[in-house]
Design a binder for this molecule. Structure first.
Ligand code: NDP
Length: 451
């Protein structure tokens, strides 16, 4: 019998594209990982065997279900719900739920695939998954959101469990939606608190989970800069998004003395020339998290600021960029603008916000690029801590969880650095480090398990 000792990148991708037509986001995510992993496998042929790559790329299963709910006027609506269970080699499937009209199989497969490497990087026993629905929460009343959440989780409940698959939030799914879903689960079944993460503190949630993704991305940034013998203090930062990740990243950056000059939403971006202040941030949090209103409405309280409809902030001069909204929000043109504007470091708070062409622009110009699977892993890491606390029936303080988060982010940074293969004076290729570390751990476990 002949055991494979090498993998041909081009034919692997061709087969993948043929098998997954019309799934560009999923193909993009796999391509980005394999760009680093296949050359590494050529140097470590033990990992070319047993179709390891095919098995990691192909999700374990995809559950597609109907979600039926009625609006405030008695009209019945049908949405599509999904759960992609990616890989459970190192632990139960784990990953968020996204409610957004763009949700489809390709987007959730890309997110679950990224989650495989991200969760592996945290060093915690967490497999990978992602789910959601094409439901659009915008313009829906509070009771419509509640009924949708209840219908969605009722349909998903048979497929999840604390040792099986543990969902959390993502775009369009925040504390409010998690509370509705957890309440419904408790109403209709006996469930362990660790079946869902991102819960409220008073019913089994963890301190710092709300803030973890944004804070974690900033901790990762701190370590990048420390490696450059630099700090965040005084740096001008562009942030996109004004949701969970963006606003908690902004909060942490403020405490570290950075000057944040933009935030955004799907309608455009807010320019804050003199820098975000604590009181402006609090008002934006109230607007976005409590009132669920568009970012531009902040001009009613702060008429001196400017909102630029249909525009992104990437053409403004700055030192650092933190894309925290959604996938593919920085293209080649934006990357060139960021470089021309003086940006030296780009840290992904969102998942895959930088296109492959834009990553190449950053590489060409020596801009440090940190991929989301490493930089935004703080959210899932604290979800892992929430599961541990639920299992122990114990509750760590804010300080304890924050210290654990900081040490996890340092560890992720250091592993990425070690496996990036960089030599002194070279720009660190954090993506290569993240892809190789993430792959190696899963691959070792799968090899140990056998087929
Ligand atoms: P939220 O729903 O809280 O916020 C999303 C933000 O992005 C909003 O400002 C939204 O604007 C904007 N946005 C969404 N879609 C688009 C779009 N197509 N174009 C422009 N702006 C858009 O989500 P999160 O902050 O939780 O998630 C943001 C990113 O971070 C996602 O990529 C997510 O996968 C990733 N992530 C989140 C984690 C978490 O713990 N929440 C963990 C790890 C990664 P608007 O309100 O106008 O739609």
């Amino acid at each position: 019998m002949k055991v494979a000792t090498s993998i041909d990148f081009a034919s692997f991708m061709r087969r993948l594209e043929q098998k997954n037509p019309g799934q560009p986001e999923y193909i993009q995510a796999v391509y980005e990982v394999l760009t680093d992993v296949i050359p590494w496998i050529q140097e470590h042929p033990a990992y070319a065997r047993d179709s390891l790559l095919e098995r990691i790329c192909e999700p374990d299963r995809i559950i597609i279900f109907k979600v039926t709910w009625d609006d405030d006027h008695g009209n019945v609506h049908v949405n599509r719900g999904f759960r992609v269970q990616g890989n459970n080699a190192i632990g139960p499937y784990k990953g968020g739920l996204r409610f957004h009209p763009s949700v489809n199989e390709s987007i959730l497969k890309f997110l679950a695939f990224e989650q495989t490497f991200k969760n592996s990087l945290t060093g915690m026993p967490l497999g990978s998954g992602k789910g959601g629905s094409d439901f659009d929460p915008k313009g829906k009343s509070e009771s419509e959101i509640k009924r949708f959440c209840q219908a969605f989780i009722t349909a998903l409940l048979p497929f999840i469990g604390k040792d099986k698959d543990v969902p959390a939030g993502d775009i369009g799914v925040g504390s409010r939606e998690i509370s509705y879903m957890f309440g419904q689960m408790k109403r209709i079944a006996t469930i362990a608190p660790g079946t869902l993460t991102g819960k409220g503190i008073s019913f089994g949630g963890s301190n710092v989970r709300l803030e973890a993704t944004g804070y974690g991305a900033v901790y990762f940034l701190k370590h990048i800069l420390k490696h450059q013998r630099d700090t965040v203090e005084g740096k001008q930062v562009l942030i996109s998004g004004s949701g969970n990740v963006a606003l908690y990243a902004a909060e942490k950056l403020l405490t570290l003395g950075a000057k944040i000059i933009s935030l955004s939403d799907s309608k455009g971006f807010l320019h804050i020339p003199s820098g975000l202040t604590q009181s402006l941030l609090s008002d934006i949090m109230t607007l976005r998290f409590n009132k669920h209103q568009p970012l531009a409405h902040i001009l009613q309280q702060y008429p001196d600021l400017s909102f630029h409809p249909g525009k992104t902030p990437w053409h403004m001069p700055a030192d650092i960029a933190l894309p925290c909204a959604t996938e593919n929000e920085i293209d080649v043109e934006d990357a060139n603008a960021l470089h021309s504007g003086g940006v030296k470091v780009v840290v992904e708070g969102a998942n895959m916000p930088v296109t492959p062409g834009a990553i190449n622009v950053f590489r060409k110009h020596g801009v440090i690029y940190a991929p989301g699977k490493a930089a935004n892993a703080g959210g899932v890491a604290v979800s892992g801590l929430e599961m541990s606390q639920n299992a122990m029936g114990y509750f760590w303080s804010h300080v304890e969880v924050d210290e654990k988060l900081q040490s996890i982010m340092k560890n992720i940074h250091d592993q990425c650095l070690r496996y990036s293969g960089h030599s002194a004076g070279e720009v660190v290729n954090y993506a290569r480090g993240a892809n190789i570390v993430g792959f190696k751990k899963i691959a070792d476990v799968m090899l140990a398990f056998g087929v």
